[in-house]
Design a protein around this ligand. Structure first.
Ligand code: PDD
Length: 287
């Protein structure tokens, strides 16, 4: 099945899909994006993802490119045309195409909207979760508006590449005070000695992850205590468990931090239970 992308009102062959060279996303990273998981034919947590897209757009004074309900139609259509039952749907909105100039173009400049979808392998991610992943830590070097989900991801890409070069799968940004911010494309959690789940408050320099919010719902349902507070790399290394969350990974156990095993170096039971219960408790919209 050939891949199909949606670009500004048209469904086009993925291989030929493109936007103009003076798109502000290309020239200034002047755009925002969302990634939703598609699981067993459902779009997961669509309401929270579209609410966050709305917030990101408002923070950058970019108007919606089309009505929210029309975007949902496009998402479903791209998922259908690509035959995705398990995978990801990606959407990106930029301020549009205009002669290169730092000033914003006229407000009626059409925004650029791209929607793509691709399949992922549930078996491969289950296998990864059984093994757990290794992470490295890197100094925080991003701007302070990481609460906006912009396409300006160069520090994130550099951090993840550094992780790969070190034989790890994710990099955690760390503040000068030693506290963990978040992963390059994930939120970070640990399980403290008393069983409390700790995750950094969303107001303090991280992206408010949708999966993070839903994992809080799952934890509540499982009777687990969650505390939103900053923790250090040393606390994480000494924790009972560590894990990351994102639409792309759901709940993924972390078994090693900068070469130090977390607990016995195997995925912990809390992460495994949260992962197992996630699908049932998250919002599901028929794709
Ligand atoms: N990344 N923090 C950062 C910096 C992220 O880029 C992401 C998501 C998250 C987790 O958010 P959510 O649970 O809403 O997916 C946290 C997406 C998946 C990406 O860039 O591919």
């Amino acid at each position: 099945m050939p891949r199909i992308a949606y670009v500004n009102g048209r469904y086009v062959a993925h291989a030929q899909a493109g936007v103009h060279i003076e798109d502000r996303g290309y020239q200034f990273a002047d755009g925002v994006y969302e990634v939703c998981e598609v699981a067993r034919g459902y779009i997961m947590d669509m309401t929270r993802h579209l609410d966050r897209l709305d917030r990101s757009l408002r923070e950058l004074s970019i108007a919606w490119p089309l009505h929210r309900s029309a975007l949902q139609v496009v998402m479903r259509e791209v998922i259908r045309r690509n035959g995705v039952r398990n995978g990801l749907v990606y959407m990106q909105v930029t301020r549009g195409v205009a002669p290169r100039d730092h000033f914003f173009p006229a407000p009626d400049t059409p925004r650029t909207l791209v929607v793509t979808a691709r399949k992922t392998s549930p078996a491969a991610s289950a296998k990864k979760a059984e093994q757990g992943i290794r992470v490295i830590t890197v100094p925080e070097n991003r701007w302070e508006r990481v609460d906006i989900k912009t396409v300006g991801l160069l520090p994130n890409a550099m951090a993840r590449q550094k992780a790969r070069d070190a034989g790890a799968q994710e990099a955690w940004f760390v503040d000068p005070d030693g506290t963990v911010k978040e992963g390059a494309s994930t939120n970070v959690w640990i399980v403290a000695g008393d069983g409390t789940l700790l995750t950094r408050p969303a107001a303090s320099g991280i992206l408010r992850g949708v999966t993070r919010a839903t994992v809080m719902d799952v934890a509540a349902r499982l009777g687990l205590r969650v505390e939103e507070r900053a923790f250090t790399v040393d606390e994480a290394k000494a924790a009972r468990e560590a894990f990351i969350t994102a639409a792309t990974t759901v709940v993924m156990p972390v078994v090693e931090i900068d070469g130090t095993p977390v607990a016995n170096g195997h995925p912990g039971s809390v992460a495994v239970s949260l992962r197992a219960a996630f699908f049932d408790i998250a919002e599901k919209t028929q794709a």
